[in-house]
Design a binder for this molecule. Sequence first.
Ligand code: NAG
Ligand code: NAG
Ligand code: NAG
Ligand code: NAG
Ligand code: NAG
Ligand code: NAG
Length: 896
Amino acid sequence: MDVLLHCHILLASDQTAVESLPESSLSSAATQILSGFSNEVINKAIFESINIEQITKSNALDTLKQWINENVLSRHSSPESLAIAIAFLQCFIQNNFTGQSTPLSSSQTLFNRSELDETHTSIFTELLNVSGQLTYELCDDPVYLLLSLLILEELTDGKTLFDSDCEPDVEKVISNDTDPIVALSYWWRSRALLVQLSLVSEPNGYHPIVASSILDSIDLAHAISNGLPAETEESFKKQIYVIYYLEHCRCLLAIQTEHLCLPSLTKVKKLTDFEFVLTGAKAKRTKFQQVAHSGLIILAKSSLPEEAVSAVDSPDTFELNSDLLLEKPQFDAIGNEHLDEQIVKKQKSDETDGVISDKILPIAVRQEFIPPSLQELDPNNQPALTQYDNIQLLLRMYTIRQTSPANNPLVEEELGALISRLVYQDGAKNWTIFSRALWERSIVETKRAKTIERGLLQMQSLVEELGLKISTKMIPDRANSVESTKQRLKYIHQLPLIPRWSLDATLAEKYMSLGVLRSAVEIYERLHMECEAALCYAAVGEEKQAEQIIVKCIERNPKNARAYSILGDIRQDPSLWEKSWEIGRYVNAKTSLGRYYYNPPRDSGLDRDHAVALKHLNDALRIFPLSFDTWYFYGCIGLEFGKMNLAAEAFSRCVALDETHSLSWSNLSAAYVQLDKLKEAYSCLKRAISSDARKNWRIWDNYMIVSMKLGEWDDVLLAFRHLVELRRDQAGETSVDLPILEKLIEILVSTDYPTDSSQRLTHYQHSCMEFVCDILPSLVTTSARLWKLAAKVELWRKRPWMALACHEKAFRAVSHNPELTIDEKIWNDCIDVCEDLVAAYESLGEMEGKHGAGDVVCQNWNYKARSSIKTLMSRGKNYWEDSDGWDRLVELKSTL
Ligand SMILES: *[C@@H]1O[C@H](CO)[C@@H](O)[C@H](O)[C@H]1NC(C)=O
Ligand SMILES: *[C@@H]1O[C@H](CO)[C@@H](O)[C@H](O)[C@H]1NC(C)=O
Ligand SMILES: *[C@@H]1O[C@H](CO)[C@@H](O)[C@H](O)[C@H]1NC(C)=O
Ligand SMILES: *[C@@H]1O[C@H](CO)[C@@H](O)[C@H](O)[C@H]1NC(C)=O
Ligand SMILES: CC(=O)N[C@H]1CO[C@H](CO)[C@@H](O)[C@@H]1O
Ligand SMILES: CC(=O)N[C@H]1CO[C@H](CO)[C@@H](O)[C@@H]1O
C-alpha cells in the first residue's frame, strides 16, 4: 500500500485517487501533498523548532542532520520520511518556481521567527553550492531544499554530496530487486538534485552525475512497479514508465548531455503511441495577411480516447485573440509545400515511404507520405493532445534547440512549428505546459528579425504574468485558488526547470544579445546576479566595468568560487583560478588553467607546458566527466603532443557524449592511426563521414589514406571522388590526386570488363568508370597524364575510338602550350605525348570501330599520325632544330 501511495505522489495523481484508499498517516500526507498542501505535512512533522541562534556556518549541517534524525527519521517509517522530504521539496518549488507561495515561510515553520537575518539565510544558500558555484542568493526558503536533500540522502545510500571531498559512488545503484521505497527515494533524490542544479548557472561537479546515474536505467521503473499490489492496472504502471522516460530526457537536457536524449524520446513516443510528423504547408500569418507563405506545420495526434484527453473542467475560458500573445496562422495546402532541401537533407532519408523517421522530428516530404491517421486532421483545428504528449513535444523542442547551431533560421522554423502545435490546440490548456509553450514561443520570436519586437513584448509581459501575481487575461488561471497550486505542480518534474528569476535573467540575456546593455545590466543588478552582469560587460569589451563589479562581489562574499574564476578569466591570472579551485572546486577554473598553460600569454614569460595543462584538465574531468568541450580540448592536446592513448580515450568520451560529432570521430581515428590500430581508425572515419561532414576535406582525406592502407578500395574511391568534388571549383584539374587515381585505375583494369550482357559491373567498376569517363574530361585542361589515364580506361572498356580521342586531346593540350618554344623540358614532354599518340594510331587505328559492321577506328590513321608530327615540328622549328628531340621526331616520322 505504501508503494501504491507513493506512486500516486510520484505521478502527481489527483488526490481523489488516494482518498479512496485505507486511511493511514501516509495516506493523509499523500492527500495533502497531492492537493497542494505540502506545507501541512511539514507542520505536522515538526515537533520542535530549530534554535536558529545556535546555528553557525560550521555547525549548520550537523545541526540540521541531528534535527532530521530526531524529528523525522527516528519518529517515522521510511515511506513517511520520504513523504516529508517530498513535502519540503514541493514547498521549495512552490515558493521559487510555480507559486502559490506557502502560507508560512520556512523561518516561521522551522525556526519560530517571522524572518531570518541575512547571515543565516546565506548559510543555507551557501551549503547548497554546486561545485563552488553559489546558488542563487535570493531564492526563498533554501532550507527546505536542504532538508529535503539531506533526508533523501539518508533514505538512499547515505553518501552525502554535502562534503566536497567525498567522491560519490556512481556505479549502477538500482536494479530490479531494489526495495521499491528505496528506488522511489532515489527517484525523488534525482528530482531534488535537478532542482538544486537549476539554481546555479552551469551543471558541474558530482551533482549532475549522481542525478543522471539514478535515472540511467529503466530498472528504476521496474523496481517500483514490481512493488505495486498485484491487482494494479497496467495503465497505471505504464504511466510510471512514461514519466521515467520523460524525466530521463529532461535530466539529460539539464546536465547538457542532450545528444543522448533520442533513445528515451523514441521509447516514450512508442509507449504512448503518439503520432506526429513535420511537413510543409502554406500559411497566412495573420488575419490581415493576403498572401500565404510556405512554412512548416506539425500534425500530431494522441492515441488515447478523446475524453481522457480534454480535461473535464476547463478553467475560465480565455480568449485566444490577444494580438500580443496569440496570433494564429491559417493553414492551407498541407504537405504540398516544397520542403526546404536543407531540412530534408539534414535527415537521413528513407526513400521507401517518403517519411523521414529520423532523429528528433519525423518528416513527411509530401502529402501522400503523411500517415493516414494524421491526414484526417484539420490543420487549423488540431485535437488536444494528452499532457504527456505535449511534454514530449516540448522536450523534443528543447533537444533540437540544444543540439542545433544557434540562430539558424531553419531550426527556428522547426521550433516554431513545434510550439505552434502546443499553443494552438482544441480544448482546455494546462497552465504549466501552456505557459511554458508561450514562453518558449517568445524566445523563438525574438530570434527572428521580423518578430523581435513582438517577441520582446511577449517576454516582458510573460515575465510579469508568470510571477506569483497571476491574474491575467492571457494565461488561464484561477488566481489564488489552491487548485491552481496543485495544477501548477502537476508536471513540474517532467519539464525542464525554470526558476522564477531565470525568466528575468533570460529577458536580460535577450536585451544583451540585442545590444541593449543598460537594460540587461539593470535586470542583473536587481536580481543580484553580479557574475552575469560582469560577463555581460566583458562580452562587449568593457572589461574595466566587469572587473569592478566582480571585485565588489568578491568583497561581499569571499567564498564565491565562480566569481574568482571569472575575475581570473578577465585578468588572465592563474592565482585567481587556483584560489577558486581551492575554495570551491569550481571546475571551470581548472579548465581556464588548462587553457592558460597550454598557451600562456606572451607577457607572462612562460613557455607552453602541455603536461601542466593536461594535469589541470584532468582535475576538471575527474569532477565533471560530462563536459564535451573539456574532453575535446584534452584530446587535441594529447594528439598534438603525441599522447595517443590519452587522445584516444578523450575522443572516445567525446563521441560517447555526441555520436554525431564528426571532428571527434576524425580525431579519434587520428589517434588510432598513430597507435597502429588501423581497423579502429577506419571504422571511426566511416562514422565521421556519415555524420554531417560533407564539407570538411581533411576528414575525407584521412578517410582516403586510412582506407588505402587497409586496401578498402571502394572507400578510397568514394573519398577520392568526394575530395575532387570539394576542390574542383577552386583547383580545377589539380584537385585530382594523380598517384591515387593511377592506383585506382590500375585496380580497375586488373579486373575483367564484363563481355556479355549477363554480367554486371561491380559498384567499384561502375563508379570508377563513371569518374574517369564522365567527370574527369570536364576537369582536364592541360594535363596529358590525365588524358592518358582516361585512354587506358576507355581501352579497358573496349572503346578504342574513345581511347584514341583521349590521346588526341592529350596531344592537343600539350602542343598548344606557349612555353613549348622556350622550355626544353616541355618540348621534350610534348614529343613523348606525340610518340604515344603515334603509337596509339598504329595500334588502335585498324581496330573495329564504334559502329561495328566492318568500320575501323580510324581509316586514315597514317595520315593523321604524320600530320600530328608535322604540326609539332612546325611549332618547334626555329627553336629546337638542333635538339635531340627534333631528331626523335624526324626518326618517328620516318617509321611511318
Ligand atoms: C515561538 O516564539 C514565541 C516568542 O518568541 C514563544 O512564545 C513561543 O512559545 C514559541 N513557540 C514554539 C513552538 O517554540
Ligand atoms: C559548499 O557546500 C559544501 C557542502 O555542500 C560546504 O562544505 C562548502 O563549505 C560550501 N562552500 C562554500 C564556498 O560555501
Ligand atoms: C526487470 O524486470 C522487468 C519487468 O519486471 C523485466 O522485463 C526485466 O527483464 C528485468 N530485468 C532484469 C535485469 O532482471
Ligand atoms: C491541468 O492539470 C491539472 C492537474 O491534474 C488537471 O487537474 C487539470 O484538469 C489540467 N487542466 C487542463 C485544462 O487540462
Ligand atoms: C527571488 C525570487 O525571484 N523569488 C521568487 C520565487 O518564486 C516565487 C514564485 O514564483 C516568486 O514569487 C518569488 O518572487
Ligand atoms: C588529425 C586531425 O584530424 N586533427 C584535428 C583534431 O581536431 C582539431 C581541432 O578541431 C583539428 O585542428 C585537427 O586538425
